[in-house]
Design a protein around this ligand. Structure first.
Ligand SMILES: [Zn+2]
Length: 216
């Protein structure tokens, strides 16, 4: 897998209700990948593999890459400094999958009682599997930046997770300077576009702030 494929994979979603976003896809002459909050586009000519052509979500280029009128330079160094300011929290590891279900004690069956009748049926909590699929986390002993923290960049607030992913993308592209493109009249629908090279654009939805709510 080359770096462009790795980068596209970073932006895929895992929402079970949006299966069309689980892998990169081609629309028009670009390949896109999105988790619903961030969106990357790369010209198909730069991508070494053919991804499935998808028309949903429709008209991505026109709907999400509206020409911007403000261009602000941002550097990897600046992003790294903002990321370093994010408070650290204990790193958690998901150990959920194989824990026994707490409702049926791992049995998979529960007993329904009514007066003197008893009937066994599949545990509704775990669907009869006996295992809890609820994510259960354990501390690893390391610390990591709090992904839900807010990072402010040139007046826009972003979830730290997305800026960390952006900096990782710049590292993979071996670029240390980007252009942040925004709109002087910013609407709720608009993302902020980071042009990382002349062919890789990443769109990130900023968090709502009182200023950009008033602008709408
Ligand atoms: Zn159960």
């Amino acid at each position: 897998m080359n770096n462009i494929q790795k980068i596209l994979e970073l932006y895929c979603g895992d929402n079970p209700l949006r299966k069309n976003l689980h892998q990169p896809f081609q629309q028009g002459d670009h390949v896109f990948a999105s988790d619903g909050h961030t969106l990357i586009r790369v010209p198909a000519s730069r991508v070494p593999v053919q991804y499935a052509i998808q028309d949903k979500p429709s008209n991505i280029a026109a709907n999400h890459f509206r020409p911007a009128d403000i261009a602000t330079p941002v550097t990897l160094k600046e992003l790294t400094e903002r990321i370093d300011e994010v408070p650290k929290i204990p790193e958690m590891e998901d150990i959920g999958e194989c824990l026994p279900c707490s409702e049926c004690d791992g049995d998979g069956q529960v007993v329904w009682e009514y007066r003197h009748w008893e009937k066994e049926f599949d545990c509704p909590e775990c669907d009869g599997t006996g295992y809890s699929d609820e994510a259960t986390f354990k501390e690893t002993g390391k610390t990591v930046p709090d992904m839900n923290h807010t990072i402010t960049l040139h007046g826009f607030k972003f979830k730290a997770e997305y800026i960390i992913r952006l900096s990782l993308t710049m590292l993979l592209l071996k670029t240390d300077a980007a252009t942040m493109k925004s709109h002087s009249v910013h609407t709720f629908k608009d993302g902020v576009c980071f042009s990382l090279t002349e062919y890789v654009d990443v769109l990130i939805k900023p968090l709502l702030t009182s200023e950009n709510v008033i602008n709408n």
